[in-house]
Design a protein around this ligand. Sequence first.
Ligand code: SIN
Length: 552
Amino acid sequence: MTSQPEFKQGPKPQDSVLAEPRRYLVNIDSISTHQLFTDCLVIGAGIAGFRAAIEAAEHCNVIIVCKDTVKNSNTAKAQGGIASVLNKTDTFESHITDTLNTGCGICDEGIVDSVIRQGPELIEQLLDWGTEFDLIDGHIATTLEGGHSCPRVAHAHGDETGRIITEALIKKVGQNSNIRILENFYAIDLLTNDDNKCIGIVGHDNHRGPQIIWAANTILATGGAGRLYRETTNPEVATGDGIAIAYRAGVVLQDLEFMQFHPTTLYIAGATRALITETLRGEGAVLLDNKGRRFMKEYHEAAELAPRDIVSRAILTQMRKTESTHVYLDVRHFDKAYFAKRFPQINELLESFDIDIGHDLIPVRPSAHYMIGGVKTDSLAKTNIENLYACGEIASTGLHGANRLGSNSLLEGLVFGKIAGKIASQSTKAGAAHLKHPLIKYQIPHSDRTRLDAADVRNSLRALMWRNVGITRKAQLLTETQEIISFWQRYVMDKIFDSPEGWECQNMLTVCLLMAQSAYVRQESRGVHFRRDFPHTDDEHFKKHIEISRRL
Ligand code: SIN
């Protein structure tokens, strides 16, 4: 039996497309599987997951699971910083206006207002918890990024903001006896009962094997999906698993067409596509093409500080015009000692490739960076499934609309992490997780089909997404993408894997197909979603979110 995704709005995607047919990726027999119990389960250990756990642990016991170590997340890789109104020249109204303008008409204004007003207090709290933000005269220092009309991006140890925040949160969590962390634990699927309430997860612990964690409340904080693309700033863990497991459980998703591409990623053959932070442009770096011409002024009056979608598309156009694979970031006018202190990570990276910033240009091009769409949540971080919450990059709260303002993501994770932890723990009755659980027995038919090289499928999929569902899109390529992924799904989705590599491959196929379908359905250009065949914004038909869920 197949189950087609259900789109609430717009034209239907390709009829021929098969969607994920299975409720669970693995066989389950709850009686014979090792079991754990918790009041609150947090899946993911970025800023949102940690902040949720800390809040929930005020009222109940918490387990955090993460598929690698707690040090490996999109949060930990964040360079630029965390945006908030932290200096006297700035106002909430200005931050709100910048966020709404960048979001291209589909931000949720109530959410924007509430998140931005909560920022300063929660950032001060991070400081109190030991985050070593860079300070000026005893106050948190702020810098500028594209789309912001005031310097409001707080940073730590220069460009190591994410790592420094992560370390402070790990320490805070480690001091709390109500929180237990399970690293190298892969969450395979959400468990739901006959009333479609979330009752925990089935997962795989690297040491102990298959496990069920029964949870009174579950918080999805699994982060991003940049690894669905060949070119990305994201770490290897960012494969979009949370979106796929939510989809299989019947959770409503929205705006999966909105993948944000970061304009400046280091482009050197053999190097990882490392982020070259936007704050460099905020502090005066300029973009040059391969003829040494500064081109951004031809595309937008704010030049290098235009919103990210505009800079990314301008770079792509300039690369095509000049028949080049990349453009350059020029920082030759920076003082070398200042650069090394302010951007230590990037400085070290460039030195390792013998790039002397005093003389050499930095080769860059855009790559996939941040998943704006995801699990639809309300102002209390609730999903449409009872006992299931979402926060951080996996959640689609309405803060970013169709385009995210730089450094608003750590802010969102912090604010919604706190909300999710609070609401989840308040609705937990002590000991609820230990109540009687249903018997879950799920058996997948045996498949005789050929063995599979999951790594090869993943590489082909990432290349396909980069080519066809990238910075610009059009119907013919989106249709082709759906057909190719559907074909791959036929022989990948019938397999039963026993390790994360295979489950990730299955999840990636699911999420990529949903993204291609959503991008096909949105027949207009808005924010990060640019359709070459529909280059204008169509408020009459598309000033709204595109929702998808699996027909149960
Ligand atoms: C950057 O440092 O440029 C990335 C910050 C962000 O994506 O918010």
